[in-house]
Ligand binder design. Sequence first.
Ligand SMILES: CCCCCCCCCCCCC[C@H](O)CC(=O)SCCNC(=O)CCNC(=O)[C@H](O)C(C)(C)COP(=O)(O)OP(=O)(O)OC[C@H]1O[C@@H](n2cnc3c(N)ncnc32)[C@H](O)[C@@H]1OP(=O)(O)O
Length: 724
Amino acid sequence: MERYARSSAVAVIRLRNPPVNALSVEVLQALEDGLKKAEADPSVKAIMICGENGKFSAGADIRGFSTPKRHRVALGPIVSLIESSEKPVVAAIEGIALGGGLEVALGCHYRLAHVKAQMGLPEVTIGLLPGAEGTQRLPRLIGVPAALDMITTGKHIPATEALKLGLVDEIVEENTIEAAIRLANKVIGQPLGPRRLSLKPVPKLPNTDAFLREALAKVKKQARGFLAPELCFQAVKAATERPFAEGVRRERELFQRLLSSEQARALQYAFFAERAVSRDHLSLAPSPLPGTLLSDVYIYTGLGTMGQGIATSLVKAKIPVVALEQDLEYLNKGRKAVMGLLEREAMKMEGGAQTLDFHNPARLQFTVDFDLLSDVDLVIEAVFEDMALKKEIFHKLSKICKPGALLCTNTSALNIDEIASATSRPQQVIGTHFFSPAHVMRLLEIIYGRHTSPTAIATAMQLAKALKKVGVVVGNCFGFVGNRMMFPYVEQAVFLLEEGSRPEAVDQALEDFGFKIGPFRMSDLAGLDVGWRSRKGQGLTGPSLPAGTAARQRHGQRYSPLPDLLCERGRFGQKTGKGWYQYEKAGGRTAVPDPWLHSFLSQYRDSHGIKTRYIDQEEILERCLFSLINEGFAILAEGIASAPEHLDVIYINGYGWPKHRGGPMFYASTVGLPHVLAKLQKYSEAHPDVPKLRPSAFLKKLVAAGNPPLKEWMSYLSRQSPKL
Ligand SMILES: CCCCCCCCCCCCC[C@H](O)CC(=O)SCCNC(=O)CCNC(=O)[C@H](O)C(C)(C)COP(=O)(O)OP(=O)(O)OC[C@H]1O[C@@H](n2cnc3c(N)ncnc32)[C@H](O)[C@@H]1OP(=O)(O)O
């Protein structure tokens, strides 16, 4: 506890635990001590709580949840202590007040926030619920619908919205601390009863039961097996049904249930994994850091779907863009699409189009003049996946661009070294694999080639950061990390159809597991023709396939021609209105099981002598997921990625893997590596012609070593890429 000024009647309690003033056991102890001291000091007439360094608090120290001494200090009783103080307590909210931080503020009698502050109860995002009485105080303050929305989604809200909701009493544009002191002085002596949220009733709704029924249905639909949102709902519901103290007891009960859940462990693992992975390599970036990025000019070529998203993403990050196309027709088409995307993005932002300023040619210009590239610092090429075309472009870029320019290629599978070989500066060539839609998806896979320099890698990571994306550095191999792990997963999905399953059964199993979208719905969305083109390029199908090749074998391994057969019939997915499903029209979005496909599958099985069998959900999950995980172990062993966390961050942010399961490698660690190995062995014996089901040597090694924890896996490998 300190005084704002000598002889001031306002005691100041400052939460201090850089970088985000997380509430560790030590901080909580100090907060409790400070409150008791201020309470006992007769010269103190009011108390102000604020955070050090312009941040109120990011809430409970998440690392504390997995340490053994976690039960020594509890936050709820401290929040009650604040509220029961006989002296007015004012929260001065700057920067962030999240989770337990906001719960501390809710215990205060007054809340004053800086206009740029953000508030929220994001516990749900780490598999928990607000466990310091927040689920009981917030509905009393802002009403059940708004509280439920904040608590079940975990969203952060800006101070301006908090003011409208009544979450804060006042917002200020100038010095928050001084304004809070003024407020504290002003309210000295005023009755505190009406300011104590625990004493307030929960505002009544016209039909609480109906509202809660609907809200629960919505929460369940969005949660897809994720427990925390539903328990958040239960805690808020308790506030509508029980007196405060009983509601708090219910909140504690639910909190404890979540705290000990595998899902909370998975989400907290994902939280730290994402941050650790994003920090990699940054220290090698050329200085000065981020600010410069924003003043540099970036250019990218190709204004197809990916290019449009990339350009939008750059403009959103306020990075000047010059967009290049091969001719005016494509340029105009691309320009229209990018402008449309930016209009929509601007509408979602405070300040709208003015904030993005994308009509300003200094921010975004369109051209067909390749020579404009001579002065740019970074190029992102985003033409379609054609090696010859990419090489031609990189040859040209190498001649035109200034010596230091970084040359990025947006590719999902092509060989970076081969592309770099077309230039005289392979050290500056790097892969940047954006995910569609590029202005929405958070993942950026960054692929270094044999000659890519550490500075180039660091600069690409810096770009990811500026774009607010999660950059993950990986090595160069076909499909890199994400798609390479996806191939066996999709392959198994198609084999399951051959053996007797249906697209809707496979999708359902994986969507019930928590994937946003199953493999067949995903394939229809992305377009079956994309894979078809790639398989033709690899000689797996199409005119270059040698006559007499067995229909279901390639290079001695099992192959399914099913996707090719669909493409040959013009079934490319949503775009043609038919694929693995049927749609209401070409471009339609609602997938409906297709009787034509079912009978096509039956005929296919008959013609190849395959006996249709019933395949249960367990087999669908095990074959799809364990083959993907098996590939992950191979990737780690080859040094294509530096740790299992990298694979998990890629899958959560780029492939719709359910975050509450922590990513594929974390999931493998939770089900146990011996279990994964045993299942792979079983399926591999049943399908000896499928190499991707053969357990990887690294997985076997880890099992033989006694199934060590994920953090230790990499220590069982001797070889690591020097660039990772
Ligand atoms: C109370 C002590 C523990 C004892 C347990 C006893 C159990 C019983 C008590 C129950 C009480 C429940 C109280 C409450 O309801 C529960 C909570 O409050 S849970 C926490 C809720 N808060 C959050 O989820 C916020 C998480 N953080 C963020 O969203 C972001 O970090 C940010 C705050 C918006 C900042 O974002 P950025 O500016 O982008 O920066 P970074 O994300 O890179 O973060 C910087 C740095 O800080 C670390 N960090 C951030 N938040 C926390 C945190 N809450 N605890 C610990 N560490 C945190 C982050 O990891 C970064 O560090 P790095 O990983 O890079 O080393």
